[in-house]
Design a binder for this molecule. Structure first.
Ligand code: GLU
Length: 258
């Protein structure tokens, strides 16, 4: 069983189709995360959903330019998101902490080292770090492709046992996931480009990423020795199953040579 994990939860898992926060689903995920913590697993949560949460709270003035609109929504929404996480984790007698970061912070040795030290200290005190991109600062070329990329960098930096990426699909299929004849691919080897032919160009509604970036990040992370588990964050008990040593999604297997 894994002793340390980075768990990334995408916008489509955290919000309803109308864009509002899906408190029921967030709550059941926090319950499962708390159970993993109780089992002694060190974990970091990477959570999107700030922009979605902001949309629920504020109608940005018409005419505000798109970049500023996103900054405003994420700034307002991040507070809402953390307020919710704080309450839900408190229900399990756990503290959570907000970590906002940018791609540049991983490229700057001093910033990266400061971040790593903070993660270690938080984990030592059994706090659950909740990481998101600093959407106020990171615009255009400074942005991560999406939070999958951010989660891959955090996982590699911490050298965790596995990276779990939860989205609204079960994993990688050998055809369109909505077709009954499509089969889930349970295992993919790190760097196996053959599977890219199965990736659907279209992405699910709200998130920035999609299966293409998920697989790219998964391959990179697996090549660094960390297996990546792709699964459906709307499936009840998906993390409980992981605790039992089962996984119903796709596992991108780590490169053992590393
Ligand atoms: N940082 C964005 C948010 O919290 C999400 C980025 C993504 O979709 O990966 O809303």
């Amino acid at each position: 069983m894994y002793k340390s994990l980075v768990i990334k939860v995408g916008t489509n898992v955290l919000t309803r189709p109308d864009g509002r926060l899906d408190i029921t689903n967030i709550s059941q995920l926090v319950d499962q995360i708390a159970a993993l913590k109780a089992a002694g697993i060190n974990l970091v949560l990477v959570s999107s959903g700030a922009v979605g949460a902001g949309q629920e709270l504020l109608k940005v003035t018409k005419g505000t330019e798109e970049v500023a609109r996103r900054q405003v929504l994420s700034a307002v929404g991040q507070v809402r998101l953390m307020e919710l996480y704080r309450q839900l984790f408190a229900g399990h007698k756990l503290l959570c902490a907000q970590v906002l970061t940018t791609k540049g912070d991983f490229q700057d040795d001093l910033h990266a080292n400061n971040m790593l030290n903070c993660f270690r200290a938080l984990l030592l005190d059994e706090v659950v770090p909740v990481v998101n991109e600093n959407d106020v600062v990171a615009v255009t070329e400074l942005m991560f492709t999406d939070n999958d990329e951010l989660a891959g960098l955090v996982a590699t930096m911490l050298g965790v046992d596995a990276l779990v990426i939860l989205s609204s699909v079960d994993g990688l299929f050998d055809g369109p996931p909505e077709n009954e004849s499509s089969q889930l691919i349970p295992f993919v080897r790190a760097g196996d480009d053959q599977v890219l032919k199965y990736v659907q160009a279209k992405k699910t509604s709200f998130g920035r990423g999609g299966m293409t970036t998920k697989l790219r990040i998964a391959h990179q992370t697996a090549a660094a020795g960390i297996p990546v588990l792709l699964g459906n964050g709307r499936k009840a008990n998906i993390l409980h199953e992981l605790q039992q040593g089962q996984w119903s999604g796709t596992i991108v297997q780590a490169d053992q040579a590393v």
